[in-house]
Design a protein around this ligand. Sequence first.
Ligand code: ADP
Length: 208
Amino acid sequence: MNLVLIGAPGSGKGTLANALSKKFNLVHISTGDLLRDEINNQTKLGVIAKELIKKGDFVSDDLIIKMVENRLREKTGNGFILDGFPRTINQFNIMDKSIKIDKAIYLDVDQNTIIERLSSRLICPICKTVYSSKKYYKDYCENCGTKLQIREDDNIDSIQSRLTIFENQTKPIVDCFRKQNKLLVLEGDISPEETLRKVEKALNEVKN
Ligand code: ADP
């Protein structure tokens, strides 16, 4: 089973992808995480991506598509979850020609909730677990003990810019999946547990 997750930054794609990947034995492919690994490893792509990401701009479609294709050449078990790709109509069209997708899940969360979440977000750079500084008061990751970080692009200017880019460039792909009858929309600000329960129910219907 191959899934796509769509949602504004901070809509909960990463958290849902982690839970779904464990439940259905799927590989979680986050283009944001892959890019941050490239930055940490100071690769050619990482150097290009660093400044763009800090400002909240997109990395070029060509570079992203190459990166995703490379990742998909590795083993993907029972299937995969694409988180952060496709993010433009052009990326959607290229994906549509070569990658089979069973279902796209759109997390529709309002902007105020998103701004609040992103301005208190902490991440583990190693296992990628996400925390909120409003609910988690330690400096170290509970899973692997690594010191938590604030993402460089989780500042208010970059958050605003990412939200605008999401509305203009990414949201149109929701309709592309709707036309293909592959769309599952989860509205509003529900808990991660409730989100997972709803998605599981819909996916079990896909499998049967
Ligand atoms: P968020 O969803 O919180 O904005 P991600 O971790 O998914 O963040 O991605 C971080 C940044 O990486 C994006 O703001 C963008 O600059 C870049 N990026 C990730 N995926 C893509 C993509 N498919 N196309 C272009 N840029 C991307």
